[in-house]
Design a protein around this ligand. Structure first.
Ligand SMILES: *Cc1c(COP(=O)(O)O)cnc(C)c1O
Length: 357
């Protein structure tokens, strides 16, 4: 038999990403996709126009330096352009962080259950995913995560709010954690849902990155800004780290249409805040409705809620489907349900009432 090319052994160990499904069509019933934490609103004012203009120049490569996007982000965040790195979604930044900072066998510590892309990105780089179980209330166990740091640890990922369980870490907890982690270990604060956080002692990511040489923030236009289909995210990091991220990035990764849409979105701050506030109000209404139906669910600081269901997860997802909503089940663990249109959110409350805890 002739030898065939084969990938590195880690490749076959990469877990499969399970995307949220579209709803099953139900004749006579409006259906809602609550399975991918997407924004139910149409693009912010001016975004379709900016993207359409950019699409007209699709024969040209995008600006590889993302100059307008970096200028707009630097202005809105109050950070130097040198501290920014854009990529095709913040998922790409996680890949770049692991690729730039880990040798094969190096360890990346993160909570579990947390964002399912983490073990995928880590295993793809032949690094080792060190999973630290979340506390019973869905919060990060930051003491256990600090204790899990070894000589091989290069990165700790802190997902706040945590996808899929919902709670966010507090600034006091993050400060105490950072004080314990050696300064050569990179601490990545994944702030994909930062805009939705409403809590006492909330993390100030920008202040935290300014006061630590080992802190990286990752953010995205996919959730609050509603640009999930365009794939654009960014990191805010001390200049040497941001430079490493830009060095390993895919040349011309962020498309011209995505760059234009992101820049236009950053100009629509008032409308963004209005929509985020409306989603937060809806989230709080869903949490209250679900709890009133007898469910104990974790604090929800993102645009989603978490139902811990164990062996009943598949039945819950099937019951949701019957009601014309699609949720994201995690087999044997629970289901994450995104906050969507008010009518879809009503069905979530209806589901919580009919499917007994
Ligand atoms: C959705 C999400 C992201 C962002 O994904 P993009 O690649 O930017 O679309 C990052 N982290 C977490 C925890 C998420 O849930």
């Amino acid at each position: 038999m002739a030898q065939t090319p084969h990938p590195r052994s880690n490749v076959s160990a990469i877990p499969t990403y399970v995307p949220g499904k579209p709803p099953t069509p139900r004749p006579g019933l409006t259906t809602f996709k609550l399975s991918s934490n997407e924004n139910p609103y149409p693009p912010l004012p001016g975004v379709v126009e900016a993207a359409t203009r950019a699409a007209g120049a699709m024969n040209r490569y995008p600006d590889m330096g993302n100059a307008e996007l970096y200028a707009a982000l630097a202005e809105s965040l109050g950070v130097p352009v040198d501290d920014l790195a854009a990529a095709t979604g913040s998922v790409a930044l996680i890949y770049q962080l692991v690729g730039a900072f880990c040798d094969p066998g190096d360890e990346v510590v993160h909570a579990w259950r947390s964002f399912e892309a983490y073990p995928i990105a880590i295993t793809a780089a032949a690094a080792t995913s060190v999973k630290v179980p979340v506390l019973p209330d869905g919060r990060h166990d930051l003491d256990a995560m600090a204790a899990a740091v070894t000589d091989r640890t290069r990165i700790v990922l802190v997902c706040t709010p945590n996808n899929p369980t919902g709670p966010a870490v507090t600034q006091s907890e993050l400060d105490a954690f950072l004080a314990k982690v050696p300064s050569h270990v990179l601490v990545v604060v994944d702030e994909a849902y930062v805009e939705f956080v409403r809590m006492v002692d909330a993390v100030d990511g920008l202040a935290t990155y300014r006061s630590h040489d080992n802190v990286v923030l990752t953010r995205t236009f996919s959730k609050a800004y509603g640009l999930a289909g365009f794939r654009v995210g960014y990191a805010v990091a001390p200049a040497p780290i941001a430079a490493a991220l830009r060095a390993v990035s895919l040349p011309f990764g962020v498309s011209s249409v995505a760059q234009a849409a992101a820049v236009a979105s950053l100009a629509a701050t008032d409308e963004l805040f209005e929509r985020v506030d409306a989603l937060v109000t809806e989230r709080d209404r869903v949490v209250a409705g679900v709890r009133a139906a007898g469910w104990e669910i974790p604090d929800a600081q993102g645009n989603f809620v978490w139902f811990e269901l164990g062996g009943r997860t598949a039945d819950f997802a099937a019951a949701a489907d019957e009601l014309g909503i699609v949720v994201r089940p995690f087999a044997g663990e629970g289901a994450r349900v995104s906050i969507g249109e008010p009518e879809g959110n009503d069905r979530v409350i209806e589901l919580a009432r009919s499917f007994r805890p």
